[in-house]
Design a protein around this ligand. Sequence first.
Ligand code: ATP
Length: 583
Amino acid sequence: MLYSAIAETFERIEATTKRLEMTDYLVELLRKTPPELMDKVIYLTQGKIYPDYMGVELGIAEKLLLKSLYKATGIPESEIEELYMRHGDVGIVAENVIARKKQMSLFSEELTVERVYSTFEEIARKEGKGAQDFKMKLLANLFHDSKPVEARYLARMAVARLRLGIADMTILDALAISFGEKSDRDKVERAYNICSDLGLVARTLAQKGIDGLKEIKIRVGIPIRAMLAERLRTLEEILEKMGGKAAFEYKYDGIRIQAHISEDVRLFSRHLENLTEQFPEITSALRRAFMGEDAIVEGECVPIDPSTGEMLPFQVVSHRRGRKYGVEEAMEEFPVLLFLFDALYLNGEDLTVRPYLERRKALKDSFTETERIRISTILITDSTEEAERFFNQAIDAGCEGIMAKSIAEDSVYRAGARGFTWIKYKKDYKSEMTDTVDLVPVGAFMGRGRRAGKYGALLMAAYNPDRDMFETVCKLGSGFTDEDLDKLPEIFKRYLTEERHPRVDSKMEPDVWFVPNFVLEVLGAEITLSPNHTCAYGQIKKDAGLAIRFPRFTGNWRDDRGPEDATTSQEMLHMYEMQRKVE
Ligand code: ATP
């Protein structure tokens, strides 16, 4: 299969913002794809070479990429760099440069999907001495044989910024249409939710059809997509939604961990990153606390004060993440506990299809509590007063609130879904908007006075997955230390773009625009309507979107999240409505 089929599809996808059109183009591409290449085509569409949980990243430095363009074309590096300064997008640069070269040279070999994929595989795997040079040469070879439009996507893929704006859900739609009936969509999604690998789902579908999906089963070592909670404002509403009676658990404030235990133990984050190396004391403690053959369980990893045993603020545990070195020291300095709250698989049996109380019993029966491994505190009640007391107790203990969990027969573990089977109830919902949101900087305004020459405020956006757009909600200027402020231009340098990014919807014109990339935690006083912001625009009132009043940066860069994991416009809408109910 020729890579040009993929590149041409990408070009069409990039030119539209309509999800249905994107789906059609994808379906056309999938229909042209031989079954044995199906997984590779899907990964390339996602800008990856493997499913996320494998933790293999491309991410070539831009400088190296520009060098490879020079090597492929002989066009001087200074010219290529200048183009990059002008466009801020390696894709456009590569396309330009290759188009110029094509006018000169006469012959090159057409790129196949197999070759592109295996080259990227080699690039990702190469480590150690001489790796950079080797990667650069491999890329140069690809560019040498590429057409201009192919070069655009090869370059973006190499720097891990393909960003076609195709959400996983759109790929699932396209797969269901290509290989089944509309009614098969749920089966396709379920398969994805338990294996976290769209490539595997696609290839299975292509080779074995919808029925073949039954072969995709939960396996120890392969992460399951996390079940997520909805929120409601009052305990009355929660109990009503749950049918009058529910289980409540402490809502611990730390890092969610999905532990896969067999002879060895693997830990995954909520975003399927492998955290095993970062929490060695948890892996060994789990092995000791577990009394069965194999299991997949979930819990929250919480920092504690070693001198008092009390829980510490969530931020402390972030010192343990993303470390390659100094793991032992960090383990001493920032000790953690794991509070288990669910069992998804036990001794060869898939428990996700069983109701919550059965899963909970399985969890209790197969783990002994130890110094490091605990089981979450629980209360089953039909009384709001009791639930309220339990909530206060949870806050006292250092938790951020409680989680209500349905105890109905259908309270199965809904992998990958946010629903009302779990409802979170946090302290802050009782007052105005004191709950934090996670927002994406999409631009910046230059500062004045003391902040002259630096950024004065960032233009922040929520994410709207239906439109796959970032919609603005506020200008964020407070909560930054002077040190933070000095660093901002350097941090954002790589993400500057000349014009508004196509996935950003904004009525404001900041002084500089960014490619959506970072996620910052923001606390606001209240959500209001504003004609200047585009978040959920027109949904409450015709000419207004939602805005956050008095936003403040909490100091927390949510580097465990990608921009698509930011607070959604729908969540903002929901928070606005809850706030209004109380008024
Ligand atoms: P938040 O910022 O409120 O944690 P989130 O988007 O990260 O939100 P939610 O689904 O909204 O995730 O809230 C559920 C999260 O709460 C879980 O992902 C988990 O990390 C954490 N948690 C803490 N205690 C529990 C518990 N007892 N049961 C389930 N989840 C819990």
